[in-house]
Design a protein around this ligand. Structure first.
Ligand SMILES: Nc1nc2c(ncn2[C@@H]2O[C@H](COP(=O)(O)OP(=O)(O)OP(=O)(O)O)[C@@H](O)[C@H]2O)c(=O)[nH]1
Ligand SMILES: [Mg+2]
Length: 237
């Protein structure tokens, strides 16, 4: 009985991985970078997109967004208000996006008019980290209100990040969050990912992550981007 269950789980991941590889091939063919934005519910993922998108456009980079949620089009409405192409992906209860759903979203975006696609995953520190969507990089959001113990408690999310944002830094004085402690725990899992700090009331705080996004776009264009899932330590998926 146990073996049977294991076979089903494997085939689910294998099917997803095949779709993810197809997504990645499509994106590379179109010269597009895709960034999977992950983090807990309410950590500030959409707020970070709202902070990044205007600056990227000023620098000549054309973004599109796939918004993942269980229900409602509220996040998509926030992105559409910035006049950025967006498709809302509803999982209808599912706790993570799948590569297949992302493919359906990509088919509805004007890919030939874009340079980068952000995929905001469902707010959740566990399930989304296990599913490759075909992205080139993962941006993980940790708000100071969530606590500095989250990297140690949700290691897979932080181990597979290509960049990390400490969000809601304006609230730092009101929380016990210790950025040094969070950074130390992240470095035990992930030696390389840059760590940015943002506050939605400080537009300049989004400039460093903007430059990181622009570098990712250049890397994909130069076909140098290693698929982020190849960095997942063996046996953790
Ligand atoms: N003080 C402060 N509040 C913020 C900041 N960023 C986001 N918020 C607030 O935090 C709440 C959640 O922000 P969202 O951007 O919706 O978070 P999210 O991660 O996209 O949420 P889900 O998509 O529901 O998982 C909202 O009320 C935001 O206004 C920030 O930098 N500072
Ligand atoms: Mg959101």
């Amino acid at each position: 009985m146990t073996g049977h269950i294991e076979i089903l789980r494997r085939s689910l991941l294998e099917k997803n991985d095949r779709s993810a590889a197809e997504n990645r091939a499509l994106l590379v063919r179109k010269g597009l970078a895709a960034i999977n934005v992950l983090g807990g519910a309410g950590s500030g993922k959409t707020a970070i997109l709202e902070g990044l998108l205007p600056g990227l456009r000023l620098r000549g980079c054309r973004p599109g967004v796939l918004e993942g949620d269980l229900a409602t089009t509220r996040d998509a409405q926030r992105i559409a208000a910035l006049d950025v192409p967006v498709v809302q992906l509803l999982t209808e209860g599912g706790c993570h996006l799948t590569a297949e759903l992302v493919r359906a979203g990509l088919d509805r975006l004007p890919l030939d008019e874009l340079d980068v696609v952000f995929i905001e995953n469902v707010g959740n520190c566990v399930c989304p980290a296990n599913f490759d969507l075909g992205e080139h990089a993962r941006l993980v959001v940790l708000s100071v209100a969530e606590g500095d113990d989250k990297p140690a408690k949700y290691p897979h999310l932080f181990a597979t990040a290509d960049a990390i944002v400490f969000a809601k830094m304006d609230l730092l004085a009101r929380t016990p969050f210790n950025p040094d402690r969070a950074t130390r725990d992240i470095r035990a899992l992930n030696a390389q990912a840059p760590i940015f700090r943002t506050s939605s009331d400080d537009p300049t705080s989004f400039e460093p992550p903007e430059w990181w996004v622009l570098d990712e776009v250049r890397r994909v264009r130069a076909a140098e981007a290693p698929p982020s899932m190849t960095r997942v330590p063996a046996g953790t998926r």
